[in-house]
Design a protein around this ligand. Structure first.
Ligand code: AMP
Length: 175
């Protein structure tokens, strides 16, 4: 199945010059949504993964399904101030300024094999911060999965080299 045709391109969102890859048009159709989940699940099954850690909010849509089917637990990585109990955090750089992601203390056990999931890889800053967070907690990053990887000038993959990266769709970034 050609999953790419279900991704909607929204020009100039959220700011002028960004070609936003909207995955809601894929998620809303059962067949491509199922296929996208199944492909990731098949790729990572039998790899001893015990936790799937997904990044809010779109990451949760696939992350829960993947965790359930892999027989793993699910961990929420969130933007600052959303998690109620004690947290660990990781700051990362944006084009202008910094951002932060947080995870509950105790969400990951030492040496646990963790699959990180996010909907899209752009510059790789978010995914790299998620790797740091998992490792700070004592976990092992067993893989990082995306629905869309933007290829070309962003070089997101370089920021997370050395990890096992699995992207369903490579889409060239438009300048
Ligand atoms: P980055 O940290 O640059 O790899 O950005 C990844 C995060 O930003 C993901 O959680 C995406 O949801 C979001 N994102 C960045 N660029 C885009 C884009 N062009 N279309 C859709 N989402 C994007």
């Amino acid at each position: 199945m050609n999953l790419e045709k279900y991704i909607r391109n929204v020009p100039d969102f959220p700011v002028k010059g960004i070609q936003f890859k909207d995955i809601t048009t894929l998620a809303k159709e059962h067949a491509p949504f199922k296929e996208s989940c199944d492909r990731i699940i098949n790729h990572f099954k039998d790899k001893g993964i015990t936790k799937v850690a997904a990044i809010e909010a779109r990451g949760y849509v696939w992350g829960g399904v993947i965790a359930y089917q892999l027989g793993a637990g699910f961990v929420l990585i969130r933007k600052p101030g959303k998690l109620p109990a004690d947290i660990i955090s990781e700051e990362y750089e944006l084009e202008y300024g910094t951002d932060k992601i947080e995870m509950h203390k105790g969400a990951i056990e030492k040496d646990e094999k963790v699959l990180i999931f996010d909907d899209l890889l752009a510059t790789g800053g978010t995914a790299k911060a998620a790797c740091n967070l998992i490792e700070k907690a004592g976990g092992i990053v067993a893989g990082i999965a995306f629905v869309v990887e933007l290829t070309g000038s962003l070089h997101g993959r370089d920021k997370i080299k050395g990890y096992k990266i699995y992207s369903l769709l490579d889409i060239p970034v438009e300048e």
